[in-house]
Design a protein around this ligand. Structure first.
Ligand code: UDP
Ligand code: MG
Length: 316
């Protein structure tokens, strides 16, 4: 049932759309959004061209010429989806911000419902993607595993299928602007923030044009980054594992001494020694890797580099 809507022109909705090589999608999406919003709200639509190598930027300039409420921010190179989101949130001037993908997988039709929930007093309205049978089995399974591990390790309650399609009140956006961490992971942060939150489910559309930019490598990086941004559990696991193995090795040493004294039997076996050495070596390298990763993060944070560089923008 369609709720009867009255025009509330003094409310301004900001829409933030990271776009990386989406030349065929941005116009379609912009038209759709304008149709949905124009009669009811004041709006601004901010596209972030994340260093696209196709005609995305000229398409965006076209849009801006036609409608001065549609803006673009163009990065000097590809800084990644999350940084594009950040740039958008840094620039919005509306009363709330809605972030969504450029490929029309996030149904714009859901926006009025999200705004209604916000008007009811929820500070964050997030969306939950229902399983899309058309997504490959592999993508669905890896996504499930990711959310399982992520929640377990970080103590967050990220719902499976949560994506970066969400509405946030401007007060929440203000809080987010103070998060200066590199490699920000908005999905986790939004859940961690608290506030009054509401979730809406939807079935995703198919990507209109182009291909997914989340290759397996990017997904794995995002997952690993998500986990190590929110949790030091891997470090704790390595401590426990180290302690357990040391204890077992120590017990085995005692056993070897006792058997030597009591039964005067030397323990023979070259293989068992080698297995032990390799096993411990492997574990040590693994743990060093985990620790190194956290140190790497500290290193990146310590440099305090900017998270994105804007080459040109239609925003003043
Ligand atoms: N995106 C971006 N920078 C990147 C990769 C992706 O801005 O380096 C944008 C992309 O244009 C899209 C959104 O992020 O609007 C989600 O990407 P995609 O649709 O490829 O991911 P999927 O839906 O397959 O998870
Ligand atoms: Mg997509």
């Amino acid at each position: 049932m369609q709720i009867k809507r009255r025009a509330i022109k003094d409310i301004k909705i900001s829409i933030v759309i990271p776009s990386y090589n989406e030349e065929k999608n941005v116009q379609v999406l912009a038209n759709k959004l304008v149709d949905i919003l124009k009669d009811y709200y004041d709006y601004e639509i901010i596209f972030i061209d994340d260093g696209s190598t196709d005609n995305t930027l000229s398409e965006l300039k076209d849009l801006n010429k036609r409608d001065n409420k549609i803006h673009y921010i163009s990065f000097s190179k590809n800084f990644g989806h999350q940084n594009a989101l950040r740039a958008g949130l840094d620039c919005i001037t509306g009363d709330c911000a809605i972030s969504m993908d450029a490929d029309l997988q996030h149904p714009a039709e859901l926006i009025p419902q999200m705004i209604d929930k916000w008007a009811e007093g929820y500070n964050i309205v997030y969306t939950i993607r229902k399983e899309n049978k058309k997504d490959s089995f592999f993508k669905r399974k890896t996504a499930n595993i990711f959310y399982g591990i992520m929640n377990y390790m970080s103590g967050l309650r990220l719902e499976k299928g949560s994506a970066d399609f969400r509405l946030m009140d401007k007060s929440v956006v203000k809080v987010l602007r103070n998060f200066k961490e590199m490699n920000i992971f908005y999905r986790g942060i939004a859940s961690w923030l608290g506030f009054k939150q509401y979730g809406i489910s939807y079935f995703p559309n198919e990507r209109l044009h182009g291909e997914t930019k989340y290759t397996l490598r990017k997904m794995a990086l995002l997952a690993f980054n998500g986990i190590t941004s929110f949790s030091i559990l891997p470090l704790q696991i390595s401590t426990v594992l180290g302690a357990t193995i040391s204890f077992l090795a120590f017990s085995y040493g005692i056993y070897a001494i006792i058997i030597k004294i009591v039964a005067n039997k030397a323990i023979s076996g070259w293989a068992s020694v080698m297995v032990g050495i390799f096993f411990l070596g492997g574990i040590q390298l693994l743990m060093l890797g985990i620790i190194g990763n956290y140190i790497g993060k500290l290193f990146l944070e310590a440099k305090r580099r900017p998270n994105y560089i804007i080459e040109e923008t239609s925003l003043s």
